[in-house]
Design a protein around this ligand. Structure first.
Ligand code: ARG
Length: 573
Protein backbone atom coordinates (compact mmCIF):
# COMPACT_ATOMS: atom_id res chain seq x y z
CA UNK A 1 0.00 0.00 0.00
CA UNK A 2 2.69 2.47 -0.92
CA UNK A 3 0.28 4.14 -3.29
CA UNK A 4 -1.84 7.01 -2.10
CA UNK A 5 -5.36 6.25 -1.02
CA UNK A 6 -8.24 6.21 -3.48
CA UNK A 7 -9.71 9.44 -2.17
CA UNK A 8 -6.32 11.12 -2.45
CA UNK A 9 -6.02 10.10 -6.10
CA UNK A 10 -9.45 11.46 -6.90
CA UNK A 11 -8.73 14.66 -5.00
CA UNK A 12 -5.54 15.16 -6.99
CA UNK A 13 -7.36 14.72 -10.30
CA UNK A 14 -10.18 17.06 -9.37
CA UNK A 15 -7.88 19.67 -7.91
CA UNK A 16 -5.91 19.76 -11.16
CA UNK A 17 -9.11 20.04 -13.20
CA UNK A 18 -10.54 22.80 -10.99
CA UNK A 19 -7.34 24.80 -11.14
CA UNK A 20 -7.19 24.46 -14.89
CA UNK A 21 -10.75 25.67 -15.23
CA UNK A 22 -10.36 28.35 -12.56
CA UNK A 23 -6.72 29.38 -12.10
CA UNK A 24 -7.75 31.69 -9.25
CA UNK A 25 -8.75 28.70 -7.15
CA UNK A 26 -6.51 27.92 -4.20
CA UNK A 27 -6.31 24.78 -2.12
CA UNK A 28 -7.55 21.30 -2.83
CA UNK A 29 -10.84 20.23 -4.35
CA UNK A 30 -13.31 18.96 -1.78
CA UNK A 31 -13.94 15.26 -2.31
CA UNK A 32 -15.96 13.06 0.04
CA UNK A 33 -17.40 9.56 -0.12
CA UNK A 34 -20.87 9.61 -1.70
CA UNK A 35 -23.65 9.88 0.84
CA UNK A 36 -25.71 7.24 -0.98
CA UNK A 37 -24.65 4.41 -3.20
CA UNK A 38 -27.00 5.47 -6.00
CA UNK A 39 -25.00 8.71 -6.33
CA UNK A 40 -21.83 6.85 -7.21
CA UNK A 41 -18.76 6.31 -5.07
CA UNK A 42 -17.42 9.76 -4.35
CA UNK A 43 -18.60 13.31 -4.78
CA UNK A 44 -16.88 16.63 -5.32
CA UNK A 45 -18.46 19.70 -3.78
CA UNK A 46 -16.07 22.35 -5.08
CA UNK A 47 -18.43 23.96 -7.60
CA UNK A 48 -20.56 25.52 -4.87
CA UNK A 49 -17.48 26.98 -3.22
CA UNK A 50 -16.26 28.44 -6.51
CA UNK A 51 -19.34 30.55 -7.22
CA UNK A 52 -17.71 33.54 -5.50
CA UNK A 53 -14.69 33.41 -7.77
CA UNK A 54 -16.34 32.26 -10.98
CA UNK A 55 -19.57 34.26 -10.66
CA UNK A 56 -21.57 31.56 -12.43
CA UNK A 57 -24.20 29.06 -11.41
CA UNK A 58 -22.55 26.07 -9.75
CA UNK A 59 -23.83 23.58 -12.29
CA UNK A 60 -21.99 25.47 -15.01
CA UNK A 61 -18.88 25.53 -12.89
CA UNK A 62 -19.21 21.81 -12.29
CA UNK A 63 -19.39 21.21 -16.05
CA UNK A 64 -16.28 23.31 -16.64
CA UNK A 65 -14.38 21.30 -14.04
CA UNK A 66 -15.55 18.04 -15.58
CA UNK A 67 -14.38 19.20 -19.01
CA UNK A 68 -10.89 19.62 -17.64
CA UNK A 69 -10.59 16.26 -15.88
CA UNK A 70 -7.68 14.36 -17.37
CA UNK A 71 -8.49 10.80 -16.51
CA UNK A 72 -5.56 9.08 -18.19
CA UNK A 73 -5.67 6.02 -15.97
CA UNK A 74 -9.38 5.42 -16.53
CA UNK A 75 -10.50 5.97 -12.94
CA UNK A 76 -14.05 6.92 -13.69
CA UNK A 77 -16.78 5.01 -15.44
CA UNK A 78 -19.34 7.73 -14.85
CA UNK A 79 -19.24 11.44 -13.98
CA UNK A 80 -22.51 13.25 -13.39
CA UNK A 81 -23.72 16.59 -12.14
CA UNK A 82 -26.43 16.38 -9.56
CA UNK A 83 -28.52 18.71 -7.44
CA UNK A 84 -27.23 22.27 -7.17
CA UNK A 85 -23.82 21.32 -8.60
CA UNK A 86 -22.38 18.21 -7.01
CA UNK A 87 -20.08 16.18 -9.19
CA UNK A 88 -20.88 12.51 -8.65
CA UNK A 89 -18.09 10.13 -9.45
CA UNK A 90 -18.26 6.41 -10.09
CA UNK A 91 -15.02 4.46 -10.21
CA UNK A 92 -14.74 1.93 -13.01
CA UNK A 93 -14.65 -1.68 -11.95
CA UNK A 94 -11.48 -2.22 -13.97
CA UNK A 95 -9.73 0.48 -12.03
CA UNK A 96 -11.03 -0.83 -8.71
CA UNK A 97 -9.86 -4.31 -9.64
CA UNK A 98 -6.42 -3.06 -10.56
CA UNK A 99 -6.01 -0.99 -7.41
CA UNK A 100 -7.23 -3.74 -5.14
CA UNK A 101 -4.94 -6.23 -6.76
CA UNK A 102 -2.03 -3.89 -6.18
CA UNK A 103 -3.09 -3.29 -2.59
CA UNK A 104 -3.20 -7.03 -1.94
CA UNK A 105 0.42 -7.33 -3.04
CA UNK A 106 1.76 -4.15 -1.45
CA UNK A 107 3.73 -3.85 1.77
CA UNK A 108 2.84 -1.59 4.69
CA UNK A 109 2.25 2.13 4.03
CA UNK A 110 5.11 4.56 3.75
CA UNK A 111 4.21 8.00 5.06
CA UNK A 112 4.83 11.13 2.99
CA UNK A 113 6.72 12.41 6.02
CA UNK A 114 7.76 10.20 8.89
CA UNK A 115 6.75 11.90 12.11
CA UNK A 116 7.84 11.53 15.70
CA UNK A 117 4.60 10.99 17.58
CA UNK A 118 4.23 10.83 21.34
CA UNK A 119 1.16 8.95 22.50
CA UNK A 120 0.70 9.36 26.23
CA UNK A 121 -1.87 7.03 27.73
CA UNK A 122 -2.99 4.95 30.70
CA UNK A 123 -1.11 7.03 33.33
CA UNK A 124 -2.52 5.67 36.60
CA UNK A 125 -1.55 7.07 39.97
CA UNK A 126 1.00 5.19 42.04
CA UNK A 127 -0.30 3.43 45.17
CA UNK A 128 -3.79 3.45 43.72
CA UNK A 129 -5.50 0.85 41.61
CA UNK A 130 -6.32 1.76 38.04
CA UNK A 131 -9.97 2.56 37.54
CA UNK A 132 -12.18 2.26 34.47
CA UNK A 133 -11.12 5.72 33.31
CA UNK A 134 -7.55 4.43 33.09
CA UNK A 135 -8.91 1.40 31.26
CA UNK A 136 -10.41 3.62 28.57
CA UNK A 137 -7.22 5.62 28.26
CA UNK A 138 -5.23 2.40 27.97
CA UNK A 139 -7.45 0.86 25.30
CA UNK A 140 -7.77 4.01 23.20
CA UNK A 141 -4.08 4.86 23.58
CA UNK A 142 -2.89 1.43 22.55
CA UNK A 143 -5.12 1.61 19.48
CA UNK A 144 -3.84 5.05 18.42
CA UNK A 145 -0.23 4.03 19.03
CA UNK A 146 -0.70 0.95 16.85
CA UNK A 147 -2.32 3.07 14.15
CA UNK A 148 0.58 5.50 13.93
CA UNK A 149 3.11 2.69 14.02
CA UNK A 150 1.34 0.98 11.16
CA UNK A 151 1.24 4.21 9.17
CA UNK A 152 5.02 4.19 9.41
CA UNK A 153 5.64 6.82 12.07
CA UNK A 154 8.09 6.82 14.92
CA UNK A 155 5.90 6.39 17.99
CA UNK A 156 6.89 6.92 21.60
CA UNK A 157 4.35 5.43 24.00
CA UNK A 158 4.49 7.11 27.40
CA UNK A 159 2.90 6.14 30.67
CA UNK A 160 2.76 9.41 32.61
CA UNK A 161 2.15 7.80 35.99
CA UNK A 162 1.33 9.98 38.97
CA UNK A 163 4.38 9.09 40.98
CA UNK A 164 5.16 12.40 42.65
CA UNK A 165 3.44 14.71 45.06
CA UNK A 166 2.44 15.29 48.63
CA UNK A 167 0.50 12.05 48.96
CA UNK A 168 3.75 10.10 49.11
CA UNK A 169 4.88 11.91 52.22
CA UNK A 170 1.63 10.87 53.80
CA UNK A 171 1.79 7.27 52.68
CA UNK A 172 5.44 6.74 53.57
CA UNK A 173 4.92 8.25 57.02
CA UNK A 174 1.93 6.02 57.58
CA UNK A 175 3.70 2.87 56.44
CA UNK A 176 6.72 3.69 58.51
CA UNK A 177 4.52 3.95 61.60
CA UNK A 178 2.09 1.11 60.96
CA UNK A 179 3.83 -1.45 58.73
CA UNK A 180 7.56 -0.76 59.07
CA UNK A 181 8.35 -4.40 58.22
CA UNK A 182 7.12 -3.78 54.68
CA UNK A 183 9.36 -0.77 54.15
CA UNK A 184 12.25 -2.70 55.62
CA UNK A 185 11.68 -5.34 52.99
CA UNK A 186 10.83 -8.04 55.53
CA UNK A 187 7.29 -8.53 54.29
CA UNK A 188 6.06 -8.68 50.74
CA UNK A 189 2.95 -6.78 49.74
CA UNK A 190 0.80 -5.84 46.76
CA UNK A 191 -1.11 -2.98 45.18
CA UNK A 192 -4.45 -3.62 46.93
CA UNK A 193 -2.66 -3.43 50.30
CA UNK A 194 -0.94 -0.20 49.27
CA UNK A 195 -4.29 1.22 48.31
CA UNK A 196 -5.70 0.35 51.75
CA UNK A 197 -2.79 2.07 53.49
CA UNK A 198 -3.18 5.01 51.19
CA UNK A 199 -6.82 5.37 52.22
CA UNK A 200 -6.01 4.93 55.88
CA UNK A 201 -3.18 7.47 55.71
CA UNK A 202 -5.49 10.01 54.16
CA UNK A 203 -8.03 9.46 56.90
CA UNK A 204 -5.41 9.84 59.57
CA UNK A 205 -4.05 12.93 57.84
CA UNK A 206 -7.47 14.55 58.09
CA UNK A 207 -8.08 13.54 61.69
CA UNK A 208 -4.71 13.67 63.43
CA UNK A 209 -2.83 16.98 63.63
CA UNK A 210 0.39 15.34 64.79
CA UNK A 211 0.33 12.93 61.88
CA UNK A 212 -0.41 15.76 59.50
CA UNK A 213 2.76 17.52 60.60
CA UNK A 214 4.89 14.37 60.37
CA UNK A 215 3.48 13.70 56.91
CA UNK A 216 4.43 17.23 55.81
CA UNK A 217 7.95 16.67 57.00
CA UNK A 218 7.84 13.39 55.13
CA UNK A 219 7.19 15.25 51.90
CA UNK A 220 10.04 17.64 52.54
CA UNK A 221 12.38 14.74 53.29
CA UNK A 222 11.38 12.94 50.11
CA UNK A 223 11.68 16.00 47.92
CA UNK A 224 15.03 16.99 49.34
CA UNK A 225 16.35 13.57 48.43
CA UNK A 226 16.54 11.84 51.82
CA UNK A 227 17.83 8.33 50.91
CA UNK A 228 15.55 6.40 53.23
CA UNK A 229 12.44 8.17 51.95
CA UNK A 230 13.61 7.72 48.39
CA UNK A 231 13.98 3.99 48.99
CA UNK A 232 10.48 3.76 50.41
CA UNK A 233 9.11 5.69 47.46
CA UNK A 234 10.88 3.41 45.01
CA UNK A 235 9.43 0.41 46.74
CA UNK A 236 5.93 1.81 46.53
CA UNK A 237 6.40 2.53 42.82
CA UNK A 238 7.70 -0.97 42.20
CA UNK A 239 4.75 -2.63 43.93
CA UNK A 240 2.31 -0.50 41.99
CA UNK A 241 4.12 -1.19 38.74
CA UNK A 242 3.67 -4.92 39.27
CA UNK A 243 -0.04 -4.42 39.77
CA UNK A 244 -0.37 -2.38 36.58
CA UNK A 245 1.73 -4.79 34.59
CA UNK A 246 -0.78 -7.54 35.31
CA UNK A 247 -3.43 -5.43 33.57
CA UNK A 248 -1.16 -4.48 30.68
CA UNK A 249 -0.23 -8.11 30.11
CA UNK A 250 -3.85 -9.14 30.07
CA UNK A 251 -4.64 -6.33 27.62
CA UNK A 252 -1.52 -6.88 25.51
CA UNK A 253 -0.43 -3.29 25.96
CA UNK A 254 3.09 -1.92 25.68
CA UNK A 255 4.15 1.25 27.49
CA UNK A 256 7.23 3.09 28.59
CA UNK A 257 6.89 4.45 32.07
CA UNK A 258 7.91 8.05 32.36
CA UNK A 259 6.07 9.45 35.34
CA UNK A 260 5.73 12.89 36.82
CA UNK A 261 8.91 12.44 38.86
CA UNK A 262 10.93 12.39 35.64
CA UNK A 263 10.29 16.11 35.23
CA UNK A 264 11.03 16.99 38.82
CA UNK A 265 14.53 18.29 38.25
CA UNK A 266 13.23 20.65 35.56
CA UNK A 267 10.66 22.42 37.69
CA UNK A 268 12.67 25.14 39.40
CA UNK A 269 14.24 26.05 36.06
CA UNK A 270 10.76 26.19 34.59
CA UNK A 271 9.61 28.71 37.17
CA UNK A 272 12.72 30.83 36.62
CA UNK A 273 12.17 30.77 32.89
CA UNK A 274 8.54 31.80 33.21
CA UNK A 275 9.49 34.57 35.63
CA UNK A 276 12.13 35.83 33.24
CA UNK A 277 9.51 35.97 30.52
CA UNK A 278 7.28 37.99 32.83
CA UNK A 279 4.52 35.43 32.81
CA UNK A 280 4.25 34.75 36.52
CA UNK A 281 1.69 36.51 38.72
CA UNK A 282 1.64 35.99 42.47
CA UNK A 283 -1.74 34.90 43.78
CA UNK A 284 -2.37 34.09 47.44
CA UNK A 285 1.25 33.17 47.91
CA UNK A 286 1.34 30.89 44.87
CA UNK A 287 2.97 31.61 41.51
CA UNK A 288 0.48 31.55 38.71
CA UNK A 289 0.36 31.80 34.94
CA UNK A 290 -2.86 33.56 33.94
CA UNK A 291 -4.25 33.27 30.45
CA UNK A 292 -6.61 35.51 28.57
CA UNK A 293 -10.16 34.24 28.59
CA UNK A 294 -9.63 31.85 31.49
CA UNK A 295 -10.47 32.57 35.11
CA UNK A 296 -8.40 29.67 36.33
CA UNK A 297 -4.61 30.03 36.05
CA UNK A 298 -1.97 27.38 35.68
CA UNK A 299 -0.31 27.03 39.05
CA UNK A 300 3.40 27.08 38.48
CA UNK A 301 4.44 26.83 42.11
CA UNK A 302 2.29 26.29 45.17
CA UNK A 303 2.36 28.65 48.15
CA UNK A 304 4.37 26.12 50.20
CA UNK A 305 7.01 26.04 47.49
CA UNK A 306 5.94 22.66 46.12
CA UNK A 307 5.13 21.88 42.50
CA UNK A 308 2.00 20.26 41.22
CA UNK A 309 0.29 18.81 38.19
CA UNK A 310 0.36 22.04 36.14
CA UNK A 311 4.07 22.68 36.56
CA UNK A 312 4.91 19.08 35.69
CA UNK A 313 2.80 19.20 32.56
CA UNK A 314 4.39 22.46 31.40
CA UNK A 315 7.81 20.92 31.88
CA UNK A 316 6.71 17.78 30.06
CA UNK A 317 5.44 19.78 27.11
CA UNK A 318 8.71 21.66 26.84
CA UNK A 319 10.78 18.49 27.18
CA UNK A 320 8.74 16.63 24.59
CA UNK A 321 9.12 19.39 22.04
CA UNK A 322 12.74 20.25 22.73
CA UNK A 323 14.38 16.96 23.67
CA UNK A 324 12.06 14.40 22.13
CA UNK A 325 11.64 16.46 18.96
CA UNK A 326 8.00 15.49 18.74
CA UNK A 327 5.98 16.41 15.66
CA UNK A 328 2.77 15.41 17.37
CA UNK A 329 1.90 15.04 21.04
CA UNK A 330 -1.25 13.16 21.96
CA UNK A 331 -2.52 12.81 25.52
CA UNK A 332 -5.48 10.58 26.32
CA UNK A 333 -7.49 11.23 29.48
CA UNK A 334 -11.09 11.55 30.64
CA UNK A 335 -13.00 14.61 29.47
CA UNK A 336 -12.94 15.91 33.04
CA UNK A 337 -9.40 17.12 32.40
CA UNK A 338 -10.22 19.03 29.21
CA UNK A 339 -9.92 22.42 30.86
CA UNK A 340 -6.53 21.53 32.27
CA UNK A 341 -5.23 20.59 28.84
CA UNK A 342 -6.77 23.68 27.28
CA UNK A 343 -4.88 25.80 29.77
CA UNK A 344 -1.76 23.73 29.26
CA UNK A 345 -1.92 24.21 25.49
CA UNK A 346 -2.39 27.97 25.67
CA UNK A 347 0.13 28.33 28.48
CA UNK A 348 2.73 26.35 26.55
CA UNK A 349 2.20 28.46 23.45
CA UNK A 350 2.43 31.66 25.45
CA UNK A 351 5.62 30.53 27.15
CA UNK A 352 7.12 29.57 23.80
CA UNK A 353 7.37 25.87 24.65
CA UNK A 354 5.02 24.86 21.88
CA UNK A 355 4.67 26.29 18.40
CA UNK A 356 1.38 24.96 17.07
CA UNK A 357 2.51 25.63 13.52
CA UNK A 358 5.30 23.12 13.98
CA UNK A 359 4.03 20.68 16.58
CA UNK A 360 0.48 19.44 16.83
CA UNK A 361 -0.85 18.87 20.32
CA UNK A 362 -4.05 16.95 20.93
CA UNK A 363 -5.79 16.19 24.15
CA UNK A 364 -7.98 13.19 23.35
CA UNK A 365 -10.83 13.26 25.85
CA UNK A 366 -13.28 10.48 26.54
CA UNK A 367 -16.53 10.16 28.47
CA UNK A 368 -17.46 8.22 31.57
CA UNK A 369 -18.05 4.51 31.88
CA UNK A 370 -21.58 3.94 33.08
CA UNK A 371 -23.10 0.85 34.61
CA UNK A 372 -26.30 -0.86 33.46
CA UNK A 373 -28.23 1.54 35.68
CA UNK A 374 -26.87 4.53 33.79
CA UNK A 375 -24.85 5.65 36.80
CA UNK A 376 -21.10 5.75 37.13
CA UNK A 377 -19.74 2.24 36.80
CA UNK A 378 -19.12 0.09 39.89
CA UNK A 379 -17.93 -3.50 39.93
CA UNK A 380 -19.69 -6.29 41.73
CA UNK A 381 -17.67 -5.61 44.86
CA UNK A 382 -19.40 -2.27 44.93
CA UNK A 383 -16.95 0.30 46.15
CA UNK A 384 -13.89 0.90 44.02
CA UNK A 385 -13.81 -0.76 40.66
CA UNK A 386 -10.74 -2.91 40.32
CA UNK A 387 -9.72 -3.22 36.75
CA UNK A 388 -8.28 -6.67 36.95
CA UNK A 389 -11.56 -7.97 38.43
CA UNK A 390 -13.52 -6.37 35.68
CA UNK A 391 -11.37 -7.95 32.98
CA UNK A 392 -11.45 -11.35 34.62
CA UNK A 393 -15.22 -11.11 34.93
CA UNK A 394 -15.46 -10.45 31.18
CA UNK A 395 -13.47 -13.62 30.51
CA UNK A 396 -15.69 -15.59 32.90
CA UNK A 397 -18.84 -14.35 31.19
CA UNK A 398 -17.40 -15.18 27.79
CA UNK A 399 -16.75 -18.69 29.01
CA UNK A 400 -20.35 -19.07 30.17
CA UNK A 401 -21.71 -17.81 26.87
CA UNK A 402 -19.44 -20.10 24.88
CA UNK A 403 -20.46 -23.10 27.00
CA UNK A 404 -24.09 -22.47 26.08
CA UNK A 405 -23.37 -22.27 22.38
CA UNK A 406 -23.10 -25.15 20.00
CA UNK A 407 -19.50 -25.82 19.14
CA UNK A 408 -17.05 -28.60 18.54
CA UNK A 409 -14.15 -27.37 20.60
CA UNK A 410 -12.57 -29.15 23.50
CA UNK A 411 -12.34 -27.61 26.95
CA UNK A 412 -8.89 -26.15 26.49
CA UNK A 413 -9.95 -24.53 23.24
CA UNK A 414 -13.02 -23.01 24.83
CA UNK A 415 -10.93 -21.63 27.64
CA UNK A 416 -8.46 -20.09 25.25
CA UNK A 417 -11.20 -18.61 23.12
CA UNK A 418 -13.00 -17.20 26.18
CA UNK A 419 -9.87 -15.39 27.25
CA UNK A 420 -9.50 -13.78 23.85
CA UNK A 421 -13.19 -13.09 23.38
CA UNK A 422 -13.67 -11.60 26.86
CA UNK A 423 -10.83 -9.12 26.51
CA UNK A 424 -11.61 -8.37 22.88
CA UNK A 425 -15.21 -7.65 23.83
CA UNK A 426 -14.21 -5.12 26.48
CA UNK A 427 -11.86 -3.36 24.09
CA UNK A 428 -14.22 -3.37 21.14
CA UNK A 429 -17.15 -2.08 23.18
CA UNK A 430 -15.04 0.82 24.31
CA UNK A 431 -13.53 1.65 20.93
CA UNK A 432 -16.76 1.31 18.97
CA UNK A 433 -18.63 4.07 20.73
CA UNK A 434 -17.86 7.67 19.97
CA UNK A 435 -15.25 8.23 22.65
CA UNK A 436 -16.59 11.67 23.60
CA UNK A 437 -19.85 10.22 24.86
CA UNK A 438 -20.26 8.22 28.04
CA UNK A 439 -20.60 4.55 27.41
CA UNK A 440 -22.61 1.91 29.16
CA UNK A 441 -20.63 -1.06 30.30
CA UNK A 442 -22.64 -4.24 29.85
CA UNK A 443 -21.14 -7.70 29.68
CA UNK A 444 -24.31 -8.98 28.04
CA UNK A 445 -24.25 -6.45 25.27
CA UNK A 446 -20.54 -6.55 24.55
CA UNK A 447 -20.54 -10.35 24.35
CA UNK A 448 -23.38 -10.63 21.84
CA UNK A 449 -22.73 -12.42 18.59
CA UNK A 450 -24.91 -10.07 16.56
CA UNK A 451 -24.45 -6.39 15.87
CA UNK A 452 -21.42 -4.19 16.14
CA UNK A 453 -19.52 -6.36 18.61
CA UNK A 454 -16.15 -8.09 18.88
CA UNK A 455 -17.77 -11.52 18.63
CA UNK A 456 -19.56 -10.64 15.39
CA UNK A 457 -16.40 -9.26 13.80
CA UNK A 458 -14.25 -12.15 15.01
CA UNK A 459 -16.81 -14.61 13.72
CA UNK A 460 -16.82 -12.90 10.33
CA UNK A 461 -13.05 -13.05 10.27
CA UNK A 462 -13.12 -16.77 10.99
CA UNK A 463 -15.59 -17.27 8.16
CA UNK A 464 -13.58 -15.27 5.67
CA UNK A 465 -10.32 -16.93 6.46
CA UNK A 466 -12.02 -20.32 6.50
CA UNK A 467 -13.04 -20.11 2.85
CA UNK A 468 -9.56 -20.98 1.71
CA UNK A 469 -9.75 -24.17 3.70
CA UNK A 470 -13.16 -25.01 2.29
CA UNK A 471 -12.09 -24.68 -1.30
CA UNK A 472 -9.34 -27.16 -0.63
CA UNK A 473 -5.73 -26.58 -0.04
CA UNK A 474 -5.26 -23.36 -1.97
CA UNK A 475 -1.88 -21.82 -1.77
CA UNK A 476 -2.52 -18.10 -1.87
CA UNK A 477 1.11 -17.28 -2.63
CA UNK A 478 0.98 -19.49 -5.72
CA UNK A 479 -2.40 -18.13 -6.72
CA UNK A 480 -1.16 -14.56 -6.48
CA UNK A 481 1.55 -15.37 -8.99
CA UNK A 482 -0.84 -16.50 -11.69
CA UNK A 483 -4.16 -14.75 -11.06
CA UNK A 484 -5.46 -11.23 -10.51
CA UNK A 485 -8.60 -9.77 -9.00
CA UNK A 486 -11.39 -8.88 -11.35
CA UNK A 487 -14.50 -7.30 -9.85
CA UNK A 488 -17.72 -7.69 -11.82
CA UNK A 489 -20.78 -8.54 -9.76
CA UNK A 490 -22.21 -5.49 -7.92
CA UNK A 491 -21.60 -7.19 -4.56
CA UNK A 492 -18.00 -7.83 -5.53
CA UNK A 493 -17.58 -4.21 -6.56
CA UNK A 494 -19.08 -3.01 -3.31
CA UNK A 495 -16.76 -5.18 -1.27
CA UNK A 496 -13.76 -4.20 -3.39
CA UNK A 497 -14.47 -0.50 -3.06
CA UNK A 498 -14.84 -0.85 0.70
CA UNK A 499 -11.53 -2.69 0.93
CA UNK A 500 -9.86 0.14 -0.94
CA UNK A 501 -11.24 2.58 1.60
CA UNK A 502 -9.25 1.03 4.41
CA UNK A 503 -6.36 3.37 3.86
CA UNK A 504 -8.47 6.53 3.85
CA UNK A 505 -10.29 5.34 6.96
CA UNK A 506 -6.97 5.05 8.76
CA UNK A 507 -5.88 8.45 7.51
CA UNK A 508 -9.10 10.04 8.73
CA UNK A 509 -8.60 8.34 12.08
CA UNK A 510 -5.04 9.63 12.32
CA UNK A 511 -6.41 13.09 11.72
CA UNK A 512 -9.45 13.05 14.02
CA UNK A 513 -8.30 10.43 16.55
CA UNK A 514 -11.57 8.52 16.69
CA UNK A 515 -11.11 4.74 16.93
CA UNK A 516 -14.78 4.17 16.10
CA UNK A 517 -13.96 5.08 12.49
CA UNK A 518 -12.17 1.76 12.34
CA UNK A 519 -14.78 -0.30 14.20
CA UNK A 520 -17.48 1.13 11.91
CA UNK A 521 -15.30 0.27 8.94
CA UNK A 522 -14.85 -3.33 10.09
CA UNK A 523 -18.52 -3.74 10.89
CA UNK A 524 -19.33 -2.57 7.36
CA UNK A 525 -16.66 -4.82 5.95
CA UNK A 526 -18.21 -7.83 7.66
CA UNK A 527 -21.60 -6.92 6.23
CA UNK A 528 -20.31 -6.28 2.73
CA UNK A 529 -18.47 -9.53 2.84
CA UNK A 530 -21.65 -11.33 3.83
CA UNK A 531 -23.39 -9.70 0.87
CA UNK A 532 -20.69 -10.87 -1.46
CA UNK A 533 -20.71 -14.36 -0.03
CA UNK A 534 -24.49 -14.56 -0.35
CA UNK A 535 -24.50 -13.40 -3.98
CA UNK A 536 -21.30 -14.80 -5.42
CA UNK A 537 -20.29 -18.42 -5.42
CA UNK A 538 -16.59 -18.92 -4.80
CA UNK A 539 -15.98 -22.64 -4.82
CA UNK A 540 -16.15 -24.19 -8.26
CA UNK A 541 -17.17 -20.99 -10.02
CA UNK A 542 -15.55 -19.66 -13.18
CA UNK A 543 -14.35 -16.71 -11.10
CA UNK A 544 -12.91 -18.90 -8.33
CA UNK A 545 -9.36 -17.57 -8.56
CA UNK A 546 -10.28 -13.91 -8.56
CA UNK A 547 -12.80 -14.44 -5.79
CA UNK A 548 -10.33 -16.32 -3.63
CA UNK A 549 -7.97 -13.39 -3.94
CA UNK A 550 -10.81 -11.05 -3.04
CA UNK A 551 -11.44 -13.18 0.07
CA UNK A 552 -7.75 -13.01 0.86
CA UNK A 553 -7.80 -9.21 0.59
CA UNK A 554 -10.83 -9.12 2.89
CA UNK A 555 -9.23 -11.46 5.42
CA UNK A 556 -5.98 -9.51 5.43
CA UNK A 557 -7.76 -6.20 5.87
CA UNK A 558 -9.94 -7.59 8.63
CA UNK A 559 -6.93 -9.05 10.45
CA UNK A 560 -5.02 -5.80 10.09
CA UNK A 561 -7.96 -3.76 11.36
CA UNK A 562 -8.48 -6.05 14.33
CA UNK A 563 -4.82 -5.84 15.18
CA UNK A 564 -4.88 -2.05 15.06
CA UNK A 565 -7.76 -2.08 17.51
CA UNK A 566 -5.61 -4.18 19.81
CA UNK A 567 -7.82 -7.24 19.37
CA UNK A 568 -6.52 -10.75 19.11
CA UNK A 569 -7.88 -12.91 16.31
CA UNK A 570 -8.76 -16.60 16.33
CA UNK A 571 -8.74 -19.14 13.53
CA UNK A 572 -11.76 -21.09 14.75
CA UNK A 573 -14.84 -20.17 16.66
N1 ARG B 1 -2.42 10.54 36.38
C1 ARG B 1 -3.50 11.28 35.80
C2 ARG B 1 -4.82 10.72 36.27
O1 ARG B 1 -4.92 9.61 36.69
C3 ARG B 1 -3.46 11.29 34.30
C4 ARG B 1 -2.25 11.91 33.69
C5 ARG B 1 -2.55 12.53 32.38
N2 ARG B 1 -1.41 13.08 31.74
C6 ARG B 1 -0.88 14.26 31.95
N3 ARG B 1 0.19 14.61 31.26
N4 ARG B 1 -1.35 15.08 32.84
O2 ARG B 1 -5.83 11.40 36.18
Amino acid sequence: MNESSLIQKITTLLTAASQKAFPEMTGEAEVTPATQEKFGHYQCNSAMKLTKIAKKPPREIAQQIIDKIEDKEGLFSKIEIAGPGFINLTISSDYLSKMLDEALRAGPPVPAKKERIIVEFSSPNIAKEMHVGHLRSTIIGECLARLFEYLGHDVLRLNHVGDWGTQFGMLITYMREVVPEVLEGKKATDLPALMEWYRASKKRFDEDEGFKERARQGVVALQSGDPESKKAWEMICEISRKGYQEVYDLLDVKLNERGESFYNSMLSGLVQDLEKKGLVTPSEGAKCLFLEGYKLPLMVQKSDGGFGYDATDLAAMSQRVKDEKADRIIVITDAGQSLHFDLLFHGSVKAGYLDPKKVRFDHVPFGLVLGNDGKKFRTRAGDTEKLIDLLNAAVEQAQKILADREHNMNEAEVEKLAKILGIDAVKYADLSCNRISDYQFSYDRMLRFEGNTAAFILYSYVRISGIKRKVGDVNIEELMKKATISLNHPSEIELGLHLLRFRETLEAMAEDLFPNYLTDYLFNLAQKFNGFFRDCRVEGSAEQESRLLLCEAAAKTMARGLHLLGLQTVERM
